[in-house]
Design a protein around this ligand. Structure first.
Ligand code: AMP
Ligand code: GLY
Length: 425
């Protein structure tokens, strides 16, 4: 069958790499894709938010399944548009994508269904938010309710900082209308984990656990990024904690969405803080995480296309997935300066040598093809991902591949997976 994958990040390279292993796949199209995805199909020059054109392309190219990678088109109703045109689409409807696109809605779903999360309040005016923050002694987190490319969250240890954050979001409107509403919630302490599950509306298949590294600097210092590396499994998610997350978070969320009249289909990703009091939801995402997808899909042995079709058809109950027991570690190589301003167009060398090993894949994100070379074209450029017999071995292999790759001002954290190896735990 022909498949259209929408997106152009490291996540989409990993999805394309995995789909290409399926016997069911005929032609893969990726819109707009990157030089990494072009190895497995045809890149099509249509932007991820150009939904009408994407649907037209699918109709005229005999596409049977559309897979939507990023959150923006999901929140804008891409899945609804494909389905209205009679094409299967992997991902939640616009109404269900609000779990990610509207943090006030997500908080309401959590409250209605008694899902453990930080105590929080929702505000529509800066004046109200300010009075509330000023009345609090503890550290709070201020979040723009709408989509802000992962940058809409301010963790503030002092109320004065939280008031400044709310002012930037609500008065200066640094995220535009995404900040018209804010959520102010208690700061939680603990280790984070990303729990991703396939959901077909009713049934849930939980994938192997993973952990992202959001901060730019080693030891989790500096500003947050889209994610500087990830590994799977995350040992902090013990079997008992996973059971608790399934029972207390995933099942009530999926059931709550059914009761809400907006059943959830696609990937439900719960960002969890494992606190001393147990797991608490930090956020929902309604799609594969980036970079968590890279190590998770390296470990998936089963056919991804089969599972995605089962999700679309409500047949997830029939599926059993096989996983490689070996851990995987993904190290993101970014452009110097990211998450602030950075240069583009830097020639990347060493990609072939670095990926010349069955256990290592160099997933491309912000890259472009220029005069026969691969050059940098974004903040997060590559996700160098390796399997190993232990997390320490996977880490060592990933960094040995990183060390073969070079581009001007390339930057990576050197401590990806150290929490699992025990250094910072
Ligand atoms: P979110 O987009 O809501 O996941 O927030 C992005 C990041 O901000 C999370 O991955 C956490 O590192 C941090 N964060 C969000 N909410 C909280 C919270 N209540 N307490 C502590 N950190 C938080
Ligand atoms: N890695 C975090 C995200 O995909 O939102």
């Amino acid at each position: 069958m022909n498949v259209l994958l929408v997106g152009n990040g490291g996540r989409e390279h990993a999805i394309a790499w995995k789909l290409a292993q399926s016997k069911k796949l005929d032609q893969l199209y990726i819109a707009p894709g990157n030089p990494g995805t072009a190895q497995y199909g045809k890149n099509v020059d249509i932007g991820v938010n150009n939904i009408a054109e994407l649907v037209d392309f699918a109709k005229s190219n005999d596409v049977s399944l559309a897979i939507i990678g990023p959150e923006d088109p999901l929140a804008a109703g891409a899945v609804d548009a494909f389905e209205a045109a009679g094409i299967k689409a992997f991902g939640p409807s616009k109404a269900a994508a609000r779990l990610e696109a509207d943090k006030a809605f997500a908080k309401q779903v959590m409250h209605t269904n008694a899902i453990p999360t930080a105590e929080g309040r929702v505000f529509e005016t800066f004046a109200d938010a300010k009075v509330y923050i000023a009345s609090r002694d503890e550290a709070v987190v201020v979040k723009a309710a709408g989509l802000a490319k992962g940058k809409g969250v301010f963790v503030c240890d002092e109320p004065a900082d939280a008031i400044i954050a709310a002012e930037k979001i609500m008065c200066d409107r640094i995220f535009g209308e995404a900040g018209d509403t804010v959520v102010v919630e208690d700061k939680l302490l603990g280790q984070e984990a990303s729990i991703l599950a396939f959901v077909d509306g009713r049934n849930i298949y939980v994938m192997e656990s993973s952990q992202d590294h959001k901060a730019i600097g080693e030891g989790d210092t500096g500003p947050n990024t889209g994610g500087m590396g990830a590994y799977s499994p995350a040992p902090v998610v013990t079997e008992a904690i996973m059971d608790q997350i399934v029972k207390e978070v995933l099942v009530p969320t999926v059931d709550g969405m059914i009761r809400n009249g907006t059943p959830f289909k696609g990937i439900l990703y719960a960002g969890i803080m494992i606190t001393q009091g147990g797991p608490r939801v930090l956020e929902y995402n309604v799609r594969f995480g980036d970079p968590e997808t890279q190590p998770i899909l390296m470990r998936l042995k089963s056919d991804l296309l089969d599972v995605m079709l089962a999700v679309c058809d409500g047949r997830l109950k029939e599926m059993t997935l096989e996983w490689d027991p070996r851990p995987a570690v993904c190290v993101v190589m970014a452009s110097g300066g990211y998450p602030g301003g950075y240069d583009k167009g830097k020639k990347i060398t060493g990609l072939d040598a670095a990926g010349d090993n069955d256990d290592i894949v160099v997933f491309q994100a912000g890259t472009a093809q220029q005069d026969g070379d691969i050059v940098s074209a974004g903040g997060r450029v590559l996700g160098v991902t390796a399997l190993g017999d232990t997390i320490a071995e996977a880490k060592a292999k990933a960094y040995s591949a990183v060390d073969m790759i070079d581009f001007d001002r390339a930057y990576c954290r050197r401590d990806i997976a150290d929490k699992a190896i025990g250094k910072l735990a």
